[in-house]
Design a protein around this ligand. Structure first.
Ligand code: DAH
Length: 337
């Protein structure tokens, strides 16, 4: 008798462990066959119970039947859990998926890429310069003598007496010419800083693109050709270009360049102040004084330069009315590009 009791105890422990381990429908069915099946371990014990003396039959018989019921119950629970799990895993593969949100390039990046491509087509090489400049590169080498009134137009952020955040990209012209010999054809794009009060068209940080071409026999007509090609490509082939005399210390002669208004086609509207023209950039022939500063011979070499605000071009092209939108990171704005 003791022997059967021991067997039952052992079986209880064994079944508990193997039921815990059994995974999936097949393994649970194996478990049922091993212990509860017609030839199963528990079934054969139960069969032997009837041969025991009455007293022992009562005790061991009850114990064996209890174990049987317990195992059947646990098995049922495990099988029902399996069913539930399968239901959760069921999904409708014909449903349309959820599209992952993709990022957008900032409009300033987009327009910069577009501008760069146009100039690269024309053989201009992209170069970079520092945003922290010395007075020499930002002003002096560009023929703004100390106390020159034109310095006032560039109300700069000074970091130290001789160090400032560049107020335009023109100093890159000097850095490139100092390093290289002509002929050269470069553009540079980057951030500039001015102490401007913030409003719909001014922000203390903005982007400029600057171009420079120097070589033998470079004339104003080359400047006109390059800028006309660029402006018609970036805006539209049917715009007209106007050059008016202007002044910059580093160019002589200098020009203020306008395009016919892209909104009213030059008729006159509120966007162009009823003039039909929109001023878009500054340009000119590199001043011989500047060429001499970088040790180029102005008798041998001539060149042209131009500079423009990227925000202004983006605002016109994408019809953006407020420059602050570029800096606010409002997704409702950014997602449109
Ligand atoms: N640096 C000028 C500015 O920030 C723009 C400019 C004008 C650049 C004429 C040039 C140029 O290269 O030739 O207002």
């Amino acid at each position: 008798m003791d022997y059967l009791e021991t067997q039952l105890k052992k079986l209880a422990k064994e079944t508990f462990l193997s039921l815990k381990k059994a995974k999936g429908k097949e393994e649970l069915e194996n478990f049922r066959i091993t212990y509860l099946g017609r030839k199963g371990a528990l079934t054969s014990i139960l069969r032997r119970v009837k041969d025991l003396p009455l007293e022992e039959r009562k005790i061991s018989g009850k114990r064996a039947n209890d174990l049987k019921r317990q195992l059947e119950e646990s098995l049922k629970v495990r099988l029902s859990q399996l069913g539930k799990k399968r239901e959760v895993e069921k999904f409708d593969i014909t449903l349309p998926g959820i599209k992952p949100e993709s990022g957008h390039l900032h409009p300033i990046t987009l327009i910069t890429n577009e501008i760069r491509e146009i100039f690269q087509e024309l053989g201009f090489e992209m170069v970079a310069g520092p945003e922290i400049e010395t007075e020499y590169y930002n002003f002096e080498a560009l023929n703004f003598p100390p106390e020159h009134p034109a310095r006032d137009a560039f109300d700069s952020f000074y970091l130290a007496p001789d160090t400032l955040l560049r107020s335009h990209t023109s100093p890159v012209q000097i850095r490139v010419m100092e390093r290289r010999k002509p002929p050269l054809r470069i553009i540079t794009v980057g951030r500039c800083y001015r102490r401007d009060a913030i409003d719909a068209s001014h922000f203390p940080v903005f982007h400029q693109i600057e171009g420079l071409m120097v070589g033998e026999g470079i004339s104003f007509s080359h400047l006109k050709g390059v800028l006309t090609y660029f402006l018609q490509k970036i805006f539209s082939p049917d715009i007209r270009i106007r050059f008016l005399p202007s002044y910059f210390p580093f160019t002589e002669p200098s020009a203020e360049v306008s395009i016919s208004c892209i909104f009213c086609k030059g008729v006159g509207c509120s966007s162009c102040g009823r003039s039909g023209w929109i001023e878009i950039l500054g340009a000119g022939m590199v001043n011989p004084i500047v060429l001499r500063k970088v040790k180029y011979d102005p008798e041998k070499f001539t060149g042209f330069a131009f500079g423009m605000g990227i925000e202004r071009i983006a605002m016109l092209k994408y019809k953006i009315s407020d420059i602050r939108l570029f800096w606010e990171n409002d997704l409702r704005f950014l997602e449109q590009f």
